[in-house]
Design a protein around this ligand. Structure first.
Ligand SMILES: C[S@@+](CC[C@H](N)C(=O)[O-])C[C@H]1O[C@@H](n2cnc3c(N)ncnc32)[C@H](O)[C@@H]1O
Length: 336
């Protein structure tokens, strides 16, 4: 499981072992760089090590060792005695960046305790580890989940629309499981002539910024009545139907039923996009399956073949599969 997270079935070596057992240290480094105010401090303007020690209150010797590590690992850059954010940190760690992933970082911390109980889930079954949370804590975690989903969507939607385009200047796109509509808003930046419709649960869409760019249809897609009401309203009209990070939330049977109905939203030549992580896509996708196992009651990832079968069952044929830069894939399908 190297840095590129490819699936490599050749024998692992002792270097791989060392990387695996110490992977948590890399997370701790990013966490400390943010928590100690180093990222915010340097984002305020390039500064000397002495100034950074003053701003953050780190002890001189310890702070210097840590900053050296941040420079050698590409989180900070040093030029003529001044420390700067690297392009990586400026994009993903800086609070004010459009692509900031600070919420993702915070949300990931919540997931760690569940991962530590992975063995229990393997013995007792997916969904067996139940944490009783105070409603306020539950809401806090839900807020973090939505923030993390939004931040990841800012980056991933750009990658998706780059890979899938160019498309016609006008059309109608439906996003099923749209979250806060970030994929659609980014889509409109490339294709302002399109009509858009975001479908998600009532309370999720309620969090999305309401504007006249993206229409919303709150519904529970697992509920047959609500799903068919959506389909009846827009049957055969969509040029593009997106399911992004949606099928991994559900079992094969549930996905099959939903796909069979939702496919009817598409016009005869309409394009269906399944954007997700795939079990055999790369090491990150394989690990994502276990993320679903540890953190959801029946979420899972699918192989490309399983996805093709699910699509075939709904009357669609896969035309191509594209790997996106940040380890997700998009399966592009049309009516068979
Ligand atoms: C992992 S998030 C993905 C969000 C967005 N599509 C993306 O790729 O970032 C899954 C989304 O599907 C929505 N969802 C899950 N089950 C749903 C259901 N039964 N009906 C409607 N939306 C659902 C969730 O509320 C959430 O917004």
């Amino acid at each position: 499981m190297g840095g590129r997270m490819q699936i490599d079935q050749s024998d692992l070596n002792y270097g791989d072992f060392c990387e695996m057992v110490t992977a948590y240290r890399r997370m701790a480094v990013i966490k400390a760089a943010v928590d100690c105010g180093i990222i915010d401090g340097v984002a305020g303007g390039a500064c000397t090590l002495e100034r950074l020690l003053l701003i953050t209150g780190m002890k001189a010797a310890e702070g210097e060792r840590f900053v050296r590590l941040l420079v050698s690992s590409g989180i900070l850059h040093e030029h003529e005695g001044l420390l700067h954010l690297s392009p990586f940190s400026a994009a993903y760690l800086q609070r004010e960046s459009e692509q900031s992933q600070r919420g993702v970082l915070e949300f990931e911390r919540l997931l760690q305790s569940r991962w530590e109980r992975l063995g229990d889930q393997l013995l007792e079954g997916q969904g067996s580890v139940v944490e009783n949370q105070h409603p306020r804590e539950y809401q806090r975690r839900l807020g973090l989940f939505h923030q993390a989903m939004h931040e990841a969507a800012v980056v991933r939607s750009g990658e998706l629309w780059d890979a899938v385009g160019p498309l016609a200047a006008e059309g109608f796109i439906i996003d099923a499981g749209a979250g806060d509509g970030t994929y659609l808003r980014n889509f409109l930046k490339c294709y302002p002539g399109w009509r858009t419709l975001a479908c998600d649960l009532d309370d999720v869409l309620a969090r999305a910024v309401a504007d006249d760019q993206v229409s919303m249809h709150p519904c529970n897609l697992l509920d047959q009545g609500e799903r068919l009401a959506l389909v009846d309203k827009h049957r055969g009209t969509a040029d593009l139907l997106l399911l992004s990070n949606f099928i991994h939330c559900y079992s094969r049977e549930e996905v099959a039923v939903m796909l069979a109905d939702l496919g009817a939203l598409l016009a005869p030549e309409g394009m269906l996009l399944i954007h997700d992580f795939f079990t055999d896509g790369n090491g990150f996708g394989a690990l994502y399956d276990l993320h679903m196992l540890a953190n959801t009651y029946n979420g899972r990832t699918y192989t490309f073949a399983e996805t093709g079968e699910l699509l075939a069952g709904a009357g669609f044929a896969v035309r191509r599969t594209l790997a996106l830069p940040s380890m997700s894939h998009v399966v592009v399908a049309f009516r068979a």
